[in-house]
Design a protein around this ligand. Structure first.
Ligand SMILES: [Zn+2]
Length: 179
């Protein structure tokens, strides 16, 4: 269900049987709320009230982020296609990784992925992060060609190819958003 809120805009409430609490995610033009099954609307609303000021602060920060136009995205796609394949090949060669294929995608939910067949996908939004963090994402996916999980073996390998900085780089990347 949805309702209008004078501060947030459209509040969209959905029920997820697996949710254990009320999850609230501000968006530029509204608030997305995921509720557990059986939660009353009154309870949902009282939970929103409890967090209203901090949610509004987060929404304000989202609104202040420059919004990307279609042209911006296409420009980034061109840049990504012109730069990332070469860099992936370079880093793979440098550290002895092999991968099957590389695709550049308009992925807003993740920076990269690696399939079980070692096809690597990278988000075109990587064009918005500094090069050393692009390298971190590329190395992360290349390490997945060896370890298809986030086990301690995976992170040990990540540390060998990042000079022991894997976790610091991961933390630094968290400061950036896709779109
Ligand atoms: Zn991963």
């Amino acid at each position: 269900m949805t309702y209008q809120d004078s501060d947030f805009g459209t509040v969209t409430v959905t029920v997820n049987p697996r949710a254990r609490s009320i999850i609230m995610r501000p968006e530029v033009d509204g608030l997305r709320v995921t509720a557990f099954r059986g939660a009353s609307l009154a309870f949902v609303k009282s939970t929103i009230e409890k967090f209203r000021s901090s949610l509004l602060k987060k929404q304000k920060a989202l609104k202040e982020r420059p919004q990307l136009t279609k042209d911006d995205v296409e420009q980034m796609r061109r840049e990504a296609k012109a730069t990332l394949p070469r860099r992936v090949a370079e880093l793979a060669h440098l550290y002895g990784f092999t991968y099957t294929n590389l695709t550049i995608r308009n992925s807003k939910t993740r920076w990269g992925s690696c399939s079980s067949r070692n096809t690597i996908s990278l988000s075109l939004y990587l064009m918005q992060v500094p090069e050393h963090l692009q390298d971190y994402v590329i190395l992360h996916e290349l390490c997945h060609t060896v370890h298809h999980d986030h086990s301690s073996h995976f992170w040990a390998l990540m540390d060998t190819v990042t000079d022991g900085k894997a976790h610091a780089l991961r933390k630094e990347l968290h400061r950036y958003h896709t779109a």
